[in-house]
Design a protein around this ligand. Sequence first.
Ligand code: PHB
Length: 560
Amino acid sequence: MPPTHLTPAAPDAVTPAEAVAPLVRGITVLRRLTEAGGAQSLSGLEKATGLARSTVDRIAATLARMGYLRLDGRDAVLAPQLMELGNAYLAALELPRLLAARADALADELDESVSLAVADRDGIRFVHQATRRRAMSLSFRIGDLLPAERTAPGPLFATGWTGEDWARWRDRRAADPQDRGFPAVPPREHPAPDEEFEDRTRRADARGWSLDDQLIEPGLVAVSVPVRDLGERIACVASVVSHTSRHTAHSLRDVMLPRLRTTVSAMERDLREAPARPPASPMSPASPAGLATWTGASKQELGREFVESLARGLTVITAFGEGRAELTLTEVARATGLARATARRALITLEHLGHVTSHGRVFTLTPRVLALGFPALSRTTLPQIAGPHLADLADRLHDSASLAVLAGDEVQYTARVATSRIMSVNITVGTRLPAYATSLGRVMLADLGPAERGPLLTGLHALTPHTVTDPGALAAVLDRVREAGYALVDGELEEGLRSVAAPVRDRTGRVVAAVNVAMHSSRRTVEECVRTVVPELTATAGAIEADLRVAGRFTHVAVA
Ligand code: PHB
């Protein structure tokens, strides 16, 4: 029996005859992997979902081909490209783009975490988190779902509930008294009576704010205020979250509520003044992201295991985005390149599973799209993103491959895949080396302007007879590196050590890290390095950048 939280939107809803079964199963696997924290063995998935092993294998192969997961031995691991589904929802929602900077500024001003949440049926789901890492309490991620009654935003959203909404809420609590359907929160130990939440909702309605006094876990306190849109409807709720070691719920209200209200007023002004976007024109070409990479591939290239109906169904989600919040069937078909009948069945399936809603002829994504991997992936760091790509590179070249960042005038290794070959330099994650004499350092220095570069290029000294130490000569080397897009350093750090590096750029084009391959100089000539290693390195840097672009669109990706 699959756990209750894997059952679709309304547990008693009959699966429509036109639903695409492989899409339903694929989404079950993605949700399960998300709840498991982003990784699970294939046999574990088989048990948790109740699907046949051959089905799990085919779904995993399909998702791997789409770049949505990685097979690591017997484990399926969610991959950063999957975040494009959640990104489609967040871009269509527009609130993160319009309000995140104000939430971040408030978190800085208060030195407390600030979040934005939207309503998701009888729960709340986070769409932005400006998190202060603190030792004591658990902190939630973008995409996490919490039961409304155990949060501060919940009563504010419940002020707009219909009788039907209240009935659904009571049913859910009766069916799941411990909140097992909410893997982000600890199980409920002491069931609070329904009246308590009804009271809190009445008070929230009267006051316009709401508190969470340790409803999720001991110590965690929060105060919330609704952010209203042009039509006076609650677009999202902004919260300040703290811990009882710093604030009681009441001192949090006394100290933070005025400042939270000031920020919310500014947010509401921003929402009013945001230029209304024209609806997606029926003449607009394809989806902004372009057609998915697999759509051009032949059946043979995709392999026998590839389940096309699953891939097509998920691709429908990426038709939505900024300025494309409401799409008709025709627009979805046009954006994805799918036949109308195919797009229609995918939309019916996604609606049945609660990832899409429809009003008349238009379809919109729901916050539940974030349950497809987003929380599990939203704290991925650059070294984690790079790891599998470095392993592929080391595998292809049979040489050690590394990722590093610039730390002052040194490079610091942040990820490394070593081959068994014995190297004269013993490098591990955390190792620092002088930037000016390494290929990694040179590609990062080359991206800096003269003013930033200058202070990092003082006190150059020869580490071998070949080290370039003349500032003018080094500046010329860096200009050539910038032009060429890679650096090759031959025996300047250590005799006999040859290394090649390429830059890794973020969404804005800034170099944030570098990848390299290092070898003994007897292994390849300089010409061979340029001919065979440089293209491989450039491809690896490009793959890391592609992941970083997707992962960094709505979350902050730590570089180290
Ligand atoms: C959070 O942002 O982590 C948060 C917000 C409101 C709550 C609890 C946690 O009630």
